[in-house]
Design a protein around this ligand. Structure first.
Ligand SMILES: C[S@@+](CC[C@H](N)C(=O)[O-])C[C@H]1O[C@@H](n2cnc3c(N)ncnc32)[C@H](O)[C@@H]1O
Length: 345
């Protein structure tokens, strides 16, 4: 694909979202996460089980980047679950791919809450593969509170297999269509319960109006104090940004909204204009060096030799974490990693 030397991508990139390629991005993420887990960056025996025997070795640079991504999302989720009052809490992982956060939460009573219902949404094609993988892994079934295939899967109104167990609902939708997303959540989603929405490397692959629609939908989906965390690419206009945009476009998964929201400030405004009352954002250089557990940073830095520091800082400067919240309660306003915690006040 030519024409990416300038800061604006060619019009072909915007014409039709290449759904199949975007769906495949879940595999890149899963393979990198499995590779990290094998080397001890973080605990995750599950991704590897879901993707089976695919080769999963990535570079130290990629491992470090994925570690900071996973750690930032996990920490935000934990802060939310630890702070939301008892009486029901929800996590909605939008474009979840093969993410295994549910199992990570469920395996440890310190992280788990009995009043949690966890939702995942993705395209039917991706969901179907994930459910097939889970079906083959009977060792995972107890964490889903089931003992048989009949209990594990349910057919949706369109005949597709979904998971709708006591604590976990894995459902399909093309989230660009808000009515589909809304309908998909008709599996026990409660508007009166504090909810954390996650979109990890998802919205950037959609045209802005679709991402805007999801941000807007999430803000209106509950009446309770709620939050949304996103992680994705930014800064497409500098030299590194142009290469990043070009590479992803050439792979068939262009960053469709990165030019409409080209900075963290623009992303912040995006959320504040769509029903979220508070929003904090930082790039991954700042998150890594100031907001993640520094003893963990020290530990993972010893796992593999990495000397590409210039490239490391460039990459991390082109990804960010944003946490938006709504509601007057102090606990929800302090969910972002960038905020001083309630207990630290
Ligand atoms: C880069 S992957 C990220 C997966 C997961 N969030 C993670 O970080 O491991 C993007 C995911 O978003 C999903 N996705 C993208 N656009 C979507 C849409 N319109 N509706 C549903 N899912 C979508 C893709 O199928 C894919 O699984």
């Amino acid at each position: 694909m030519a024409g990416y030397g300038s800061s604006v991508p060619p019009v072909e990139a915007f014409r039709r979202p290449p759904e199949e390629t975007v769906q495949c991005t879940h595999l890149d993420a899963a393979m990198a996460k499995a590779s990290c887990a094998k080397l001890g960056y973080f605990h995750d025996p599950y991704t590897d089980q879901l993707i089976r025997s695919r080769s999963t070795h990535s570079s130290p640079l990629i491992h470090r980047g994925y570690w900071s991504r996973v750690e930032a999302i996990r920490s935000t989720v934990l802060r939310f679950l630890q702070r939301a009052p008892a009486g029901g809490v929800q996590v909605v992982n939008l474009g979840a791919g093969f993410d295994t956060l549910y199992f990570w939460l469920r395996e440890d009573p310190q992280r788990w809450r009995e009043d949690l219902v966890y939702f995942e949404v993705d395209f039917p094609e991706v969901l179907s593969k994930k459910i097939s993988a889970i079906s083959r892994r009977q060792n995972l079934w107890p964490m889903l509170d089931v003992t048989s295939m009949e209990e594990l899967t349910t057919r949706s109104s369109t005949g597709l297999r979904e998971i709708r167990t006591k604590h976990c609902r894995m459902v399909q939708a093309d989230m660009r269509i808000t009515s589909e997303l809304q309908q998909a959540m008709d599996v026990g989603f409660r508007p009166d319960v504090p909810t954390l929405f996650i979109a990890e490397c998802v919205l950037v692959y959609m045209q802005s109006m679709h991402g805007d629609g999801i941000i807007d939908w999430a803000a209106k989906a509950t009446t309770a104090p709620s939050a949304m965390v996103i992680y994705e690419q930014t800064n497409p206009h500098d030299r590194f940004g142009k290469v990043m945009v070009k590479n992803l476009a050439e792979r068939g998964c262009p960053l469709l909204s990165v030019f409409d929201y080209p900075s963290m400030e623009a992303q912040k405004t995006r959320f504040l204009e769509r029903g979220w009352s508070k929003c904090s954002v930082a790039d991954m250089n700042e998150i890594y060096s100031r907001h993640l557990d520094q003893s963990e940073v020290e530990r993972i830095q010893k796992l593999e030799l990495m000397d590409e520091f210039e490239e490391w800082h460039l990459i991390q400067g082109h990804y960010f974490v944003l946490v938006a919240s709504k509601g007057e309660d102090g606990w929800v306003q302090s969910v972002s990693l960038l905020e001083k915690g309630v207990e630290e006040n």
